[in-house]
Design a protein. Structure first.
Length: 178
């Protein structure tokens, strides 16, 4: 409305009259909206309060009783606790760890030296497997999570091999005459 008022001030004649009429209609509509605003705000507040009251009541009905342990919401009766679920989680973790262990063994070259990174990784995983299989499972799940996060971020954590070679000072001076 302010912009329309500034535009009307720069015109005269019939254009000025049309812009003034449009501005008068906008001002009247704005005044009408202001008169109706308190009743709309009250009805919106009542409906919001009704929704908030409904949510509060729902949360109160789901809250643990005074004697219950913890602060977690109890599971509804329609979702019974599956005791076999823990068994399958443990089995899947064990199978996944074994698969990853075999994959690390497959990546070790046959004639790898003592400082070969693939050989070192496999040797450390072998020691973890012997000393604490549970720790190996936790470690591999942690590595999986980090790997997935790297893939989600584009996977470009390490620079290209060509990028490191381009900064070689010997290569840039080799073909030049001194």
């Amino acid at each position: 409305m302010e912009a329309l008022d500034r535009r009307a001030a720069s015109h005269s004649g019939e254009a000025r009259r049309i812009l003034d009429d449009r501005l008068a209609k906008l001002l009247q509509a704005y005044a009408d909206d202001l008169e109706n605003a308190p009743s709309q705000t009250a009805s919106a507040g009542e409906s919001a309060r009704g929704a908030l009251a409904g949510l509060t009541e729902y949360m109160r009905s789901r809250a643990p009783a005074d004697g219950d342990e913890g602060h977690a919401l109890p599971r509804p009766a329609s979702y019974p606790e599956l005791e076999v679920l823990d068994y399958f989680r443990k089995t899947w973790t064990r199978v996944s760890a074994e698969k990853q262990f075999r994959q690390s063994l497959a990546q070790v070259p046959g004639n790898a030296g003592p400082l070969n990174s693939s050989s070192l990784v496999h040797r450390s995983l072998s020691l973890m497997r012997e000393l604490s299989p549970g720790y190996l499972e936790q470690f591999l799940s942690y590595i999986d999570a980090l790997s997935w996060m790297e893939q989600m971020n584009g996977g470009g954590a390490l620079p290209d091999k060509d990028a490191s070679r381009s900064g070689n000072p010997r290569k840039s001076t080799r073909g030049k005459a001194r």
